[in-house]
Ligand binder design. Sequence first.
Ligand SMILES: Nc1ncnc2c1ncn2[C@@H]1O[C@H](COP(=O)(O)OP(=O)(O)OP(=O)(O)O)[C@@H](O)[C@H]1O
Length: 308
Amino acid sequence: MADSPAIEAEGLIKRYGSGRTAKTALTGLDLTVERGEVFGFLGPNGAGKTTTIRLVLDLIRPTSGRLAVLGGSPRDAVATRARMGYLAGDFVVNGRQTGRELLTYLGRLRGGVPAARIDELAGRLDLDLSRRIGSLSKGNRQKVGVVQAFMHSPELLILDEPTSGLDPFLQQQFVELVQEASANGQTVFMSSHVLSEVQQTCHRVGIIRDGSLVTVADVDQLREQAQRRVELVFATTVTADDFAAVTELRDVTVTDSPAGGSILRGHLSGSPDSLIKAAARYDVTGLLAEEPELEELFFSYYERGAQS
Ligand SMILES: Nc1ncnc2c1ncn2[C@@H]1O[C@H](COP(=O)(O)OP(=O)(O)OP(=O)(O)O)[C@@H](O)[C@H]1O
């Protein structure tokens, strides 16, 4: 069904082993990933992220609970897998093939991918497709992994710490690929410890701890609540008292500007509207408002999870 969620888990339990060595990795996971969203799956080591992803891919089976992927059971793997793309942090394949041979082969399995699409992605990632995969560095091998995950524009991309340990160039290229996939209406489910990457790509984040989801948050809402550093330069002298009515503004300092006038600095949370209106009473010659840092907010969610 087209409008069923991309991923829907209810009371999902996964136990590894039995007897005294048994380990319950998922303790009753409830999770919905809607079609077309980029969902970040965050949590400390051992929380159950990879286990969830392996269940979605039908690489392992749940002990109990319900799981639907693209409207069907993950057990319909053959039909569903061609509509999915998957990349883990350590892309491992037969090393004797060249990148081009492997990607052409995988493209055929996924219903045919034009050679030009493979070339375009390889070009963007600065990947040499003529080299044998076994001779590539970890970073270059991971680029092959990125191409195979994205090349067929799958309905659902499953990414398990896809860029961990990779250089900033590949991380930035990866962010752009996720943003493009999202603009194209594809769904992305991504676990990551790279919070800047999550901040740049995800619509929602879910925090998992000890095998169950503790919070789901909307990244735009977090961004609105988050503080941003602001700096305003005035042609004339202003005082902190002139901005006392702007309740969204905290930690206000006013210093003399080298060009005469004043520089006002502070932290703004919520709407900038009343600050802009208060500032408009004076002659504003400079303005800086930084993009809010969500990392601290993400960490506070991790911690909140730890207390529950
Ligand atoms: N094959 C297995 N056999 C036994 N226990 C396992 C197995 N795979 C995972 N576990 C355990 O299940 C729990 C969840 O592991 P999982 O790999 O899903 O966590 P994760 O959130 O992906 O962690 P990380 O961020 O370190 O990758 C951990 O306690 C782990 O030790």
